[in-house]
Ligand binder design. Structure first.
Ligand code: VAH
Length: 320
């Protein structure tokens, strides 16, 4: 990875991945792109930044050529709940963007990363210890996009030799960029509300387990997979990865270790609850461990300690 083009750079993963890549590979080596132009964003100010709508194949190709990129990290996508509200837009953006990015990778012989998700599983998938190769019949537009995306990445690898790599991310938790339109967002919002209100009304029902991961582990997983020896990779898209599985009451209990009077109540959103119930409770990441040494550092309690500390100082800075 010498010159890396990142799409969706101002999104949930991109906001942190770009900074992390710039630290490791050099600021000028990471070309951040997003559909939005925000002048004062740290990503816009800390290295090359270009406005890019990923459905514009021509501009994507031009930018990749201009910066002589050898790696594409394609992150631009609508998340699960937004995709359910706007399914046709999700299809056009998620699939159109992906095929454009894969085409640029094929034409310019780039290494390629795009995230899949536990959303690629569905109600008929085994719920526990969900395997690397298992039933994938999702019932959401986001899931349909993710399965089609996984297959498309496999296709580009086998048919054209594009070095495609990917992971099935669980819900990602971070104090930097707020997620937008995901089903797992409650596990981020809860920390903000715990600090600001000492109370949170959860839209996911008590007892609903989903896999989760703290963002530093997710960033490390992306870099480790991209740096892995290609001959050891049995899967080209996408490896199951997870750090923990919990339900809303577990996060509330972890927060109460630090904020004892924190109160949790529930007002379940039927749309996001249905999406959450269609996903596994806990997936199995053995293949990722075996093939490229996937590991994580943060469990629920370590993540909660760090989230609360980092968010507190972030929110304090905003006030002052
Ligand atoms: C979403 N955060 O809810 C994403 C993710 C596992 C879920 O893909 O859409």
């Amino acid at each position: 990875m010498k010159n890396i083009l990142v799409t969706g750079a101002l999104g949930q993963i991109g906001s942190e991945l770009v900074m992390c890549l710039r630290d490791v590979y050099g600021s000028d080596q990471v070309i951040a792109t997003d559909i939005r132009h925000v002048e004062d964003h740290p990503i816009v100010q800390s290295g090359p930044y270009e406005v890019l709508d990923v459905t514009d194949a021509h501009r994507m190709h031009e930018l990749a050529k201009k910066y002589q990129v050898d790696t594409i990290m394609h992150l631009a996508a609508l998340l699960s709940a937004t995709a359910e509200a706007k399914p046709l837009l999700a299809w056009n953006l998620n699939m159109g963007g992906l095929v454009n990015a894969l085409e640029v990778a094929r034409e310019l012989e780039c290494q390629f990363f795009t995230p899949s998700s536990i959303g690629a599983f569905g109600p008929s998938t085994p719920k526990k210890q969900t395997g690397q190769e298992t039933i994938q019949r999702p019932t959401t537009m986001y899931g349909v996009n993710k399965v089609a995306g996984e297959l498309l990445c496999d296709y580009y690898f086998h048919k054209f030799g594009v070095d495609t790599r990917g992971v099935r991310f669980p819900g990602l938790i971070s104090y930097v960029a707020p997620p937008g339109g995901g089903t797992t967002d409650y596990a981020v919002d809860i920390y903000y509300q715990a600090i600001q209100q000492r109370a949170y009304t959860c839209y996911i029902a008590e007892g609903t387990y989903m896999d989760m991961m703290y963002m530093p582990d997710a960033l490390k997983a992306i870099i480790d997979l991209m740096e892995a020896d290609p001959s050891r990779l049995r899967y080209r898209n996408a490896y199951n990865v997870t750090a923990m599985s919990f339900q809303p009451g577990d996060v509330a209990a972890a927060i109460r270790q630090y904020i004892p009077d924190f109160v949790m109540s529930y007002q379940v959103d039927p749309v996001r609850q249905a999406i959450a119930e269609s996903w596994p409770d806990a997936i199995d990441a053995t293949a990722a461990r075996e093939d490229w040494g996937f590991t994580t550092e943060y469990d629920l309690s370590k993540m909660t300690e760090d989230m609360l500390a980092k968010l507190r100082s972030k929110l304090l800075q905003k006030v002052s």
